[in-house]
Ligand binder design. Sequence first.
Ligand SMILES: NC(=O)c1ccc[n+]([C@@H]2O[C@H](COP(=O)([O-])OP(=O)(O)OC[C@H]3O[C@@H](n4cnc5c(N)ncnc54)[C@H](OP(=O)(O)O)[C@@H]3O)[C@@H](O)[C@H]2O)c1
Length: 269
Amino acid sequence: MDPVLNLTRVGYGAMQLTGPGVYGEPADRDNAKRVLRRAVELGVDHVDTSDFYGPHVVNELIREALHPYDGLTIVTKVGYRRTPDKSWVPARTPDELREAVHDNLRNLKVDRLDVVNLRVDGSHVDLEEPFTVLAELREQGLIRDLGISNTTRLDQAEKIAPVVCVQNHYNIAHREDEATLRKTAERNIAYVPFFPLGGFTPLQSSVLDEVAREHDATPRQVALAWLLHRSPNVLLIPGTSSERHLEENLASAALRLSEQDLTRLDTIG
Ligand SMILES: NC(=O)c1ccc[n+]([C@@H]2O[C@H](COP(=O)([O-])OP(=O)(O)OC[C@H]3O[C@@H](n4cnc5c(N)ncnc54)[C@H](OP(=O)(O)O)[C@@H]3O)[C@@H](O)[C@H]2O)c1
């Protein structure tokens, strides 16, 4: 158990449960629900989602498979909407954000959202207005905790409301966000890297392969274990639509990397 948000360190990212392009229904809805239930059976207490996955499809699957979420923390995101051509369009006016929070409440069938991340499209975006809207919704009791995503503007967000998590692109081969990772560690804020396995560009490295062979593990498990070793405030949300991959990913929490392994792995990225 990690002190940050009191969650076990490996959760589940639900983005892979849609049709192609993070859009529409999955090919097999029953499989998607089986993966969600299996995750919880195996000890996952933290599921990452959004109403813009589908749109709405993933939240509906989560509700059908897991409601009433006993002991489970559901982390959602707002700040985007989808168009029929599968594009991702910013949606962070006050009205759009309020509507997104109400959509999430309805689709997840809860009175209060556990955690809402404001997802923007980079650190150039001023968080003042959109994060203030979410802070007000939190004050009204519709949201328990807030986070930010795709931005390094943690200082600005924290002046508006407490931040419990930051969700940015980070993995063993993509480490541009080290400064935010350090800052969150100092402030006991969860750092939740998205694309922990490389996302749409799967991680590939001969060093990962070698270390994996020595531990009788897979390269993906080593990549996830590296993130867990990187800092104690890291929480993982690897995404998969496969029960087998889910089991493999969760087992990475038990993998202990030596100082020597970490030095070799440091050469990646
Ligand atoms: N805040 C943001 O802007 C943002 C952006 C992207 C994602 N996210 C969140 O982050 C979560 C994780 O990101 P992600 O799912 O895009 O990327 P990821 O976890 O880095 O990788 C997922 C990809 O790896 C494959 N995979 C997973 N486990 C595997 C295994 N053990 N062996 C082989 N292949 C495996 C999956 O395919 P299979 O289905 O075949 O396993 C999928 O194609 C998402 O679910 C989402 O909740 C947030």
